[in-house]
Design a binder for this molecule. Structure first.
Ligand code: SF4
Length: 517
């Protein structure tokens, strides 16, 4: 019985940007007696079905975007006599759909790290259960990935997870509902060990693939401090201290190693945290700006963000601390007007964000927005008998892009205006101007290349509706990705030692706690 782990994708680029971490985590969670799993990432190359034999186990991880391809693979694998097991966010949300469409023998909901070995044992005995509840495991139970199985020369950036869960509750996001609102942080030593393994292999760009790298804000600490019962404060202080401990360890790694993560804008109010990020060479972060107006932020339950000039100020604070921001903006909020597009493009420019993505508001399964959209939808049109409220089941060639309806603008108008903002932000002159944030010509060229690649991969394939255009765009992205990869890799350092563990750290190195009220 061989174990196959498959990341489905309709498009294969030959080279991918970020390592799909879950494949290597489940490979590590596979007991030794089942042999080394066969890992297939279809963003590199399509699955070769001939490798699947009767009695094998095929584990397929899906999110909404690749669910249909995943279902196709599930059916094909089952035809070849394999046990088919699905997991991932979409499988956790729609286990019955997965069974029906993907012909799954079993569906794993929640975290797969611990329950995977039981799934395999049951398949081995020929009787897998229909459901496995992986739950939300504690941070110290996260399984470290088996990076020794990573194919050579395929990925640009490696990924390590340090925390799961986000305490916020944005209406368009499913993370807090699937991963929970309680931050589950991994032990510092476990994270550092993985980072060192990856640096030894030559990865010097590492993504800290977290829901929110800044899970405890100064405002959270102040609120906990106002309570009579101080237990909440103590646990928040401990979480915050662990973040600083982690960053102190990352600081010890070779100077050419840099990190990228995802944080909320509130981190800009916390200079100690930003300074620690700079020392740890966390050089960039995706910041969910979403909207430039207070009304827009209120509509998506993201009032903790700033708007207008204070937003510019916040974003510039990141730059002052040497942190490059990938600003994420959403268009199509009910409060948006045609003027919002230019205002957003201007703000992104003035705020000095290094990269930006402009996405259209979509009702994504697992979110509050989806629930509302589904509840309020009447006379839902269908394509090939599939209602649009299950749009991900419509074949790609016939699937319309589904966006949250706007009270005044059509989806086409929003799409055209959004495309215009991408064009403006990623115009060659603008990119070259922004590239002055790095010094050498080689770095500036790398900056231009990655800007163009980013745009190619996400703007054109993400917003374009015409399939020929998507295919052309994918072809260009494939070429750019190959060139870009060379710029991101470094010489392997097989003898790199792990930094000494933090145990015994003196009180003097503890971070100062500044609670604001
Ligand atoms: S959008 Fe970001 S801040 Fe909001 S819930 Fe999702 S992960 Fe948390």
């Amino acid at each position: 019985m061989r174990v196959h782990l498959v990341n489905p994708s309709d498009l294969s680029f030959g080279t991918a940007v970020i390592t799909p971490r879950w494949l290597y985590v489940l490979a590590a969670a596979t007991p030794e007696r089942f042999g080394t799993p066969v890992i297939v990432d279809e963003t590199l190359d399509p699955l070769d079905l001939k490798t699947i034999e009767r009695g094998d186990v095929v584990g397929i991880g899906i999110h909404t975007g690749n669910a249909l391809r995943g279902y196709e693979l599930g059916r094909l694998a089952r035809e070849r006599g394999a046990f088919v097991v699905f997991g991932g966010i979409h499988a956790s949300l729609f286990p019955d759909e997965v069974r029906e469409q993907g012909r799954a023998h079993a569906v794993v909901t929640g975290d797969g790290d611990l329950v995977w070995s039981k799934v395999l044992r049951d398949c081995e005995s020929g009787a897998p259960a229909a459901d496995y509840e992986g739950g939300r495991i504690a941070g110290d139970a996260f399984v470290p990935a088996r990076w020794d199985l990573l194919p050579a020369d395929k990925y640009m950036w490696a990924s390590v997870q340090t925390v799961r869960g986000c305490p916020k509750h944005c209406s368009f996001c499913s993370v807090w509902r699937t991963d929970g609102q309680q931050p589950r942080q991994r032990h510092v030593d476990a994270v550092v060990r993985e980072v060192v393994t990856l640096r030894r292999k030559g990865f010097r760009f590492i993504v800290l693939a977290d829901d929110n790298f800044y899970p405890v804000t100064l405002a959270d600490l102040a609120a906990a401090d106002r309570r009579t019962d101080k237990s909440q404060l103590a646990s928040l202080v401990a979480l915050r201290q662990e973040r600083f401990d982690l960053m102190a360890q990352l600081e010890q790694l070779p100077k050419d190693t840099v990190f990228f993560t995802q944080i909320t804008m509130e981190a800009a109010e916390d200079p100690e945290f930003l300074d620690a990020m700079r020392r740890a060479r966390i050089r960039g972060a995706l910041v969910g700006v979403e909207s430039v107006t207070p009304e827009g932020l209120k509509a998506i339950y993201k009032n903790f963000n700033e708007a207008g000039e204070s937003l510019v100020d916040r974003l510039q604070t990141f730059r002052k601390h040497d942190l490059h921001v990938l600003g994420s903006f959403i268009f199509g909020l009910p409060t948006d007007t045609p003027k919002t597009f230019d205002a957003t493009a201007d703000l992104a420019h003035r705020a000095g964000v290094t990269f930006a993505q402009f996405v259209m508001l979509q009702p994504l399964p697992g979110t509050l927005d989806f629930q509302k959209w589904e509840r309020e939808a009447t006379d839902v049109p269908a394509i090939d008998g599939i209602p649009l409220t299950r749009y991900w089941l419509i074949p790609n060639s016939r699937r319309p892009r589904i966006y949250t309806p706007h009270p005044a603008m059509s989806a086409d108008e929003i799409r055209l205006r959004t495309q215009g903002v991408w064009n403006r932000f990623y115009a060659l002159g603008a990119v070259w101007q922004r590239s002055s944030c790095v010094r050498s010509i080689r770095s500036r060229l790398a900056f231009v290349l990655i800007s163009k690649l980013y745009r190619q991969m996400y703007a054109n394939t993400g917003i374009a509706t015409d399939s020929a255009r998507v295919a052309r765009s994918a072809k260009r992205a494939r070429l750019l990705a190959k060139i870009a990869r060379r710029l991101f890799m470094s010489a392997p350092m097989p003898d790199l030692a792990e930094p000494a563990p933090l145990r015994g750290r003196s009180e003097a190195t503890q971070i100062p706690l500044r609670v604001v009220s």
